[in-house]
Write a protein that binds this ligand. Structure first.
Ligand code: CTP
Length: 398
C-alpha cells in the first residue's frame, strides 16, 4: 500500500536499513523504516490519512512516525538531499538521492533499500556490495569518516558483529582503532553511550558483546578505570543468567544499573560522582553501591552457611532489584543461590496482619520507637517461621 501511495504522490518510496538486512538474512523484523525521495512529511500525512493511522511529526528532521491501532509502527524519513551530485550526474538524481541517504549510514549491511512503488516493487538497491558482506559476515563502514561522524557506531559495530556472529572487517577495524585513539568516543554524551549500551543489554547474548568491547579496548574508552578481568566476566555471566529469576521476583530491573555496579566496582567516590553525572543516574545509586560493598562479604558468608533469614534481613532488609541482582552475581554455588532466592521470595511474601495500631490500642504500647522495634521483631520471627501465630508471638515478645 505504501508503494501505491508513492505512485499517487509521484514520489519514490523505499524500505531501508535493518528491515532489508534482516529480510535477506531470513530474520523477523517489525521495525519498518521508510525513506521517501521528496517531501517525507507530505507523504507521511497522505499515508496516515489513507491508512487511518496516527501521525507524529518531527519537523526539524523531516521525519514522521505512523502509529496503528494494533501497536504497529512505521517511521518515514525524507531522503537527505543536502548533498549534490556533479552536474553531469543530474539525470540520476532520483537514484543518487537514495544512494546518498544510504551512504550516510553506519555499515554496508544496513545500507540497502527495497523500492516499494508499484512499478518497481521489490527491487533491491545494493550500491555498496552489502549483499556480499552479508554473505561473508562482515561489518564494514561505508567510508573512512563514519566512526568520526558518529562514534557510537564503534559500539554498534560490536553489537551487530556479536548478534549475527559476523566479524568487523579488517580495514574497518583499523579505522575503528584510529578513531578510538583519536579520543572521539570520549566526546560523545553519556546519554548516547548509555543508549548504545542499553541496546547491547537488550541483545540475546549481551556478555559476548561486552567481552568484545573489552577485548577491542573500547570499554577502556568508556570506563577508563575498569579492569575487565575473568572475575568480572564471571560476575557478569552470573548477572545475565540470573536475570530471569530477578524479573520473576521484581517487575522492573534496570540492567544498565546492574551492569554499572559490576563495572564500577572499587571506583572511588569522586569518579563515581563523575560517572553518574555523565550517564544521568540518580545520586542514591552511589549510596546503594557503597552500602552493599561493605555488607557484601559477611552477607555472602551468611548465605553460604544458610544463616536464618531474620539475620540476613538485619543486614540487607528487602533489597532493590539491582542490589539483589548484584548480590547474586557474586554467588557461584547453586544451592547458595537457591537459598538467597528463597530468602527474597520469603521477604516478598511475608506480611504482618497485626498493625502498629493494634499494639497501641490492644497492648497498650504507646512509644512509637518501641512499636517499631516490636513490629520488626515480630516480622523477623515470621520470616523464619511463616506459620507462627502473630498474637501469641507478640505476647512472648512483650
Ligand atoms: N544508523 C546509522 N548510524 C547510527 C544509527 C543508525 O547509520 N548511529 C542507521 C542504520 O542504517 C540503521 C538505521 O539507521 O539501519 C536504523 O537504526 P536502528 O533502528 O538503530 O538500527 P537497526 O539497523 O534497525 O538495528 P536493530 O535491528 O538493532 O533495530
Amino acid at each position: 500500500l505504501i508503494g501505491s501511495y508513492g505512485e499517487d504522490k509521484k514520489m519514490p518510496v523505499y524500505v531501508v536499513g535493518g528491515f532489508v538486512r534482516d529480510l535477506l538474512l531470513g530474520l523477523e523484523n517489525y521495525d519498518i523504516d521508510i525513506v521517501v525521495e521528496g517531501n517525507g512529511l507530505e507523504f507521511a500525512k497522505y499515508a496516515s490519512k489513507q491508512l487511518g493511522a496516527k501521525m507524529v511529526e518531527h519537523e526539524k528532521f523531516l521525519t514522521a512516525s505512523l502509529f496503528f491501532k494494533d501497536g504497529f509502527r512505521i517511521d518515514i524519513a525524507t531522503a537527505r538531499t543536502e548533498y549534490y551530485e556533479k552536474p553531469a550526474d543530474l539525470p540520476q538524481v532520483d537514484i543518487s538521492t537514495i544512494k546518498k541517504d544510504l551512504y550516510r549510514r553506519d555499515f554496508t549491511i544496513n545500507a540497502m533499500a527495497i523500492k516499494l512503488n508499484t512499478k518497481e516493487f521489490g527491487l533491491l538497491y545494493d550500491f555498496f556490495d552489502s549483499r556480499k558482506d552479508l554473505k561473508e559476515g562482515l561489518i564494514r563502514v561505508l567510508h573512512k569518516l563514519s566512526f568520526v561522524e558518529d562514534p557510537t557506531r564503534i559500539i554498534r559495530a560490536v553489537r551487530f558483529e556479536q548478534r549475527f556472529g559476523f566479524k568487523i572487517e579488517e580495514e574497518t577495524l583499523r579505522i575503528l582503532h584510529e578513531t578510538l585513539n583519536g579520543g572521539f568516543l570520549e566526546k560523545v554524551s553519556g546519554q548516547r553511550i548509555r543508549q548504545e549500551l542499553e541496546k547491547i543489554l537488550g541483545e540475546r547474548e549481551p556478555l559476548n558483546a561486552i567481552k568484545r568491547l573489552a577485548q577491542l579496548k573500547i570499554l577502556k574508552h568508556i570506563f577508563p578505570k575498569t579492569y575487565f578481568t575473568s572475575v568480572m566476566e564471571k560476575k557478569l555471566e552470573n548477572l545475565f543468567n540470573n536475570l530471569r529469576i530477578i524479573r520473576e521476583l521484581y517487575k522492573k530491573v534496570n540492567i544498565f544499573y546492574s551492569l554499572l555496579r559490576i563495572l564500577l566496582e572499587y571506583y572511588d567516590i569522586d569518579t563515581l560522582k563523575q560517572v553518574i553525572k555523565k550517564y544521568g543516574i540518580p545520586k542514591k545509586f552511589i549510596d546503594e553501591i557503597k552500602a552493599t560493598e561493605t555488607r557484601l562479604p559477611p552477607l555472602l558468608n551468611m548465605i553460604k552457611y544458610k544463616i536464618r533469614f531474620s539475620d540476613i534481613y538485619k543486614v540487607i532488609g528487602k533489597p532493590s532489584a539491582e542490589t539483589a541482582a548484584h548480590i547474586m552475581s557474586y554467588i557461584d554455588e547453586e544451592d547458595s543461590k537457591e537459598y538467597f532466592v528463597e530468602y527474597l521470595k520469603r521477604v516478598f511474601s511475608t506480611k504482618l496482619s497485626i498493625s502498629g495500631n493494634y499494639l497501641k490500642e490492644k497492648m497498650n504500647v504507646k512509644n512509637s520507637v518501641e512499636i517499631g522495634k516490636v513490629m520488626n521483631e515480630l516480622y523477623c520471627r515470621k520470616l523464619d517461621n511463616p506459620s507462627i501465630n502473630e498474637e501469641g508471638e507478640l505476647k512472648k515478645i512483650l
